[in-house]
Design a protein around this ligand. Structure first.
Ligand code: ZN
Length: 344
């Protein structure tokens, strides 16, 4: 498995609305695999491979390429930087983080901490309080000079290295660079093996999913798919302190076959089709329902006059933290089922 590619994807900073770097990286690496590639007004990368089949349909894979992060909202005269979140952070995970402030000219390494006193001098009351994301600040160590280098609207990402363990991958931004990886690996597979597809394959690397499926909405409107597949992470809460009925998925039990989340209900026939295909090919899978949370498949389903839609998901522990963790076998099984579906 090409985990070197996944590492590069995870370590390329690009928050919602600032997808240029990740888009350029993907674009450069998939150029030869498609018949047509374009970037739409919201910054999604729309890649099309046409089938020669006269009765073809349009199959759309949606892979969001943005990551959660921050936009700089204020720099005080001493050079401390304040931020506004882009996407959902749990502030309990923001204490003492290394971050990267991405400006138009350069990336500045820095640290993020909450306002207030250190543990030694805190009151008992302060110690219990969890600050809001906008109560954190960033210190670049540049002092007042930060004002010359950083401006409001520059973006900030977490700065933590990608880690490959024997059975797991750990990184920031696995949500949703695993889908970018799956989309790119499928495109490479179809192209290198000269597979004659019965249907048009459109892979869209979407923008701004983390702030409300915004890129997927306009791209799906443009594509007008017959079948839309949202590819994303989902929760894997198979960890201490969570009752089993709330696990959503379990690591190592296969790719996630999305039944429902709060943004859409998968097409029932498609669910059966994927389930049968997985069973026939001995690809492990788990059915998943997420009571709160949405994803790009919803935008695909509701574009134009509507499409049959489903999502293929990968259970992710510690989601929206710098320690997001996926099981390699679940990721590999997601790749297998998508290849089989396109060939079927
Ligand atoms: Zn996601």
């Amino acid at each position: 498995m090409n985990y070197e590619l996944l590492k590069k994807l995870c370590e390329t900073p690009s928050v919602a609305g600032r997808e240029q770097r990740i888009r350029d990286f993907i674009h450069n690496n998939v150029k030869g695999y498609f018949d047509e590639i374009k970037v739409d007004a919201l910054g999604s990368l729309i890649c099309k491979k046409f089938s020669k089949n006269k009765k073809k349909k349009k199959i759309l894979l949606l892979c969001h390429m943005d990551e959660i992060g921050f936009l700089v909202s204020y720099i005080n005269p001493k050079g401390y930087v304040f931020v506004d979140p882009v996407g959902g952070f749990d502030p309990r995970n923001l204490f003492s983080r290394r971050v990267l402030v991405c400006t138009e000219k350069e990336d500045l390494k820095a640290v993020m901490n909450p306002q207030g006193k250190p543990v030694h001098t805190q009151s008992a009351m302060d110690r219990k309080k969890i600050p809001e994301p906008n109560e954190f600040f960033i210190d670049t160590g540049l002092g007042e000079k930060a004002n010359d280098k950083i401006q409001i609207g520059d973006y900030v990402v977490m700065d933590e290295p990608f880690l490959e363990l024997p059975k797991k991958i750990v990184s920031k931004a696995l949500d949703n660079r695993i889908a970018c990886w799956l989309g790119m690996e499928i495109a490479r597979y179809v192209s290198e093996n000269k597979i004659e597809l019965d249907n048009d394959l459109i892979i869209v690397f979407t923008s701004q999913e983390e702030v409300g499926l915004r890129g997927a909405k306009t791209a799906s409107f443009d594509v007008e798919p017959d079948i839309a597949i949202g590819i994303d992470t989902t929760l894997a809460c198979d960890t201490p302190g969570v009752p089993e009925q709330d696990w959503i998925t379990t690591h190592g039990k296969g790719f996630g076959l999305h039944i429902k989340d709060s943004s859409f209900i998968s097409d029932h026939e498609l669910v059966s089709k994927f389930a049968k295909l997985a069973e026939k090919n001995k690809i492990p899978y788990q059915r998943t329902i997420l009571s709160r949370g949405g994803q790009d498949g919803a935008a695909g389903q509701q574009a134009g006059s509507g499409a049959k839609a489903i999502a293929i998901v990968v259970g992710t522990r510690y989601i929206h933290t710098v320690t997001e963790m996926v099981d390699k076998s679940d990721l590999e099984n997601a790749l297998k089922i998508l290849k089989k579906f396109l060939e079927d």
